[in-house]
Design a protein around this ligand. Sequence first.
Ligand SMILES: [Zn+2]
Length: 183
Amino acid sequence: MANPLRDRRTAADWAAAGQVVEIAEKLSSFQQLTSIVEADLAALDSTKMPNLWRESPITGSLEFGFADARGKLPRVRCSVAATLNAVCQRCLEPFKLAIECETDLLLLGIEEVAEGYEDHEVWELEESMLRPLDIVEELLIMALPFSAMHVDLDSCTALSAEPESREEKTTPFAALREQMTQD
Ligand SMILES: [Zn+2]
């Protein structure tokens, strides 16, 4: 069975079909996102390179429909999640970065305006044919943090190293030296 994630149809066709696209992919299905992750991981020593980073799971669903009762405004309800390998910008160690995106997008042509829907997020259709995979990829790229860092602070070696260095400053030798200079 062909995966509708890779099909190209007009936004109106997707919406009229009420298409639900289930996403159960690997990172390698998304070329641009793979290049971004690859460039990030290039900072790592080859011994620290995570295995199978291209196979990171990407899951979720897209549900197409219309935002209005008259069926003029195609929209897509998106729920996308990924767990990618990234390099922590604080300690420069690899870690698993979880990203999530939940959003409703109006599918409009360039310059098209939907009156009364100004507060909705808009996906601009650059071509008449729309491939669901492209929406998923762009949502994930936009959800990437500007600077990736360990969320679990205990795992971040840059932070766990700090108390140690503080301890060093109060070694018995330092205390002894201080005493001697005072004498
Ligand atoms: Zn870290």
